[in-house]
Design a protein around this ligand. Structure first.
Ligand SMILES: [Zn+2]
Length: 564
């Protein structure tokens, strides 16, 4: 019984029902819990997916994916649901998923910001950036406020005739407006373009956009490099000041087994990685290499480019963005953090050779024509709504129309949703299987005297990443080593060595790339993936002892050892 369909954007109640129905249907791999409440009191759900018959979720390496911290980016929620759905349905039939759920854990938070997401899909929508909390001011400010003024459930653009307007109608397509040039000296018609809305406290002559509408941006308030609102718009009064970001951070930090983190956003069709505020030269070499390797695989699976934010995704070349979750998890938690920006209409319209953010600053009008043609021919004209007359109570005879922000730019049209999110689940499964994982290699017990034994237990990291995951974790002194602990029953005692032995970090398969090493030398593998714990114990033959080996990010092993 399918409980989730991937053909429309979900409001909160439907999302909640879908998650709980799926958990009721698949109780073994899936649990859903509330880990906190939003500003307006909605539960923030966290799904935990793992085969609990092979171990508790916290005793396995994990990945984390969250979505919809930005209100209008509901495709991320669908992608999160798709990942959960694929995992629970694929267990037992798909070998990679079966392996992943037997040996790894997936934590998925499908909607970080349920209040804002709900308002975007409300019957009378508002396209606020993030949290609904009014900040830095709580009073309503004068100015233009987004409002579905004709009550059709859409927020479009108002085209207002104005002799000093900066836009004129294009001669290529009468729907398209182009910037007025110095030669356009006639009477027009010229236009102003405004968000669909009303002007609060309008004096009939002059107005600005009311400032409180988008003031909090929850993805600008994570602690790494946090800057005050005046320097980083939307950062809030202090890092993690909001219930949504605090909930996310506390839930993530409590799950010390997380090795890779994904924040699902829209749009741009790109896989973004840190740093957001520093060049790539700030990376330890090995971390950049791992990022590029994981990103290259992601690009292969999803068809999206993988880029660093500082290098390739800055809206203003003289400024940086700070307070994003991906840089925080890398810089402070030593975890590989990514931001997936789902969807872009550009490739669908045949526009493939463009630079991500520069395109919005300027692009040839031919590409606008291509986008219009895509909307007309493939989407029945829903991407760009042709201008229709409306009698505005404050501005008089105007027109409403233009690009549909919600369902053309910020999210795919409904019929493309599933195809857009689908490949990303495979990349997440790939990254989960990249996590380090402890495995018992061998145990040797040597008899030193009648009742004295040397016990040696060898452990290996059978994962791809090293147990420390990143070099950053070591540099920041937050990487904990592999610990082997011997517990001896009554009558047996360890006579040498401490009960608990630190085996340090174990390398993974990612340490090798090609057979030809530096200067043409042949590859020569040592055993940096293996750790050996050794104890001398006193006890009778056939006595049983237990060796426990754990690493916060590489799992937990319980190894029974028999003397003799
Ligand atoms: Zn976003």
């Amino acid at each position: 019984m399918a409980v989730i369909s991937f053909d429309h954007l979900y409001r909160y109640d439907e999302l909640t029902t879908a998650l709980h129905s799926l958990a009721a249907q698949f109780p073994t791999p899936l649990t859903v819990e509330s880990v906190g409440k939003s500003y307006e009191g909605r539960d923030i759900w966290l799904a935990t997916v793992t085969n609990t018959n092979t171990g508790c979720h916290s005793e396995k390496p994990a990945i984390w994916a969250d979505a919809n911290i930005h209100s209008i980016e509901h495709t991320g929620s669908l992608a999160a649901l798709y990942l959960i759905d694929k995992l629970v349905h694929g267990y037992g039939t798909d070998p990679l998923i079966t392996k992943a759920l037997d040996s790894r854990t997936f934590y998925v938070m499908p909607r970080v910001n349920p209040d804002g997401a709900e308002l975007v899909l409300a019957d009378s929508p508002q396209f606020l950036r993030s949290s609904v909390r009014k900040w830095p001011r709580t009073d309503d400010q004068p100015g233009l406020v987004e409002h579905d003024i004709d009550g059709d459930g859409r927020l479009l653009t108002m085209r207002v005739p104005d002799s000093n307007g900066p836009w004129k109608v294009s001669d290529r397509d009468p729907r398209l407006l182009v910037a007025r040039t110095p030669n356009d000296i006639g009477d027009g018609p010229f236009y102003r373009l405004l968000y669909e809305g009303i002007i609060r406290d309008y004096d009939g002559m002059k107005f600005a956009t009311a400032p409180e509408r988008r003031s909090l941006d929850l993805n600008r308030q994570f602690p790494a490099g946090w800057r005050v609102h005046g320097e980083q718009f939307g950062a809030g009064p202090f890092p993690l000041s909001e219930p949504e970001t605090r909930t996310l951070a506390e839930a993530l930090i409590a799950r010390t087994n997380v090795c890779c983190y994904f924040a699902y956003h829209t749009f741009s069709a790109v896989l973004l990685r840190p740093f957001d505020d520093r060049p790539d030269t700030e990376f330890p070499t090995v971390d950049l290499k791992m990022y590029n390797a994981l990103g290259a695989r992601g690009a292969e699976i999803t068809g999206y480019r993988h880029v660093g934010v500082y290098n390739d995704f800055r809206y203003d070349p003289k400024d940086v963005i700070t307070g994003g979750a991906d840089t925080w998890v890398y810089d402070h938690l030593g975890v590989f953090g990514w931001t997936t920006e789902f969807w872009s209409p550009l490739p669908h319209a045949g526009i493939t050779d463009y630079h991500l953010v520069d395109w919005f600053a300027d692009h040839p009008i031919e590409q606008d024509i291509q986008l219009l043609a895509y909307s007309d021919n493939e989407l029945g004209g829903t991407g760009f709504v042709d201008w229709y007359p409306f009698d505005h109570p404050q501005l008089g005879a105007i027109e409403i129309g233009g690009w549909d922000t919600l369902r053309f730019w910020c999210n795919p049209p409904d019929h493309l949703l599933e195809a857009v999110v689908k490949p990303h689940a495979d990349w997440q499964i790939y990254c989960a299987l990249s996590a380090p994982q402890l495995r018992h290699r061998e145990t040797k017990v040597d008899r030193l005297s009648e009742t004295t034994w040397r016990v040696r237990v060898a452990i290996e990291n059978c994962g791809w990443l090293p147990t420390n995951v990143t070099q950053r974790a070591i540099d920041k002194k937050i990487a904990i080593g592999v610990e082997a602990t011997i517990s001896t029953p009554t009558g047996i005692s360890a006579v040498s060595g401490t009960t608990r032995i630190d085996l340090g970090q174990l390398q993974g398969h990612s340490r090798v790339t090609t057979m030809i090493s530096d200067f043409g030398g042949a590859a020569s593998d040592e055993t940096p993936d293996v750790g050996v714990a050794e104890w001398v114990v006193e006890g009778d033959a056939d006595a049983e002892i237990l060796v426990t080996v754990r690493h916060p990010k590489a799992g937990l092993l319980r190894i029974p050892v028999t003397l003799g």
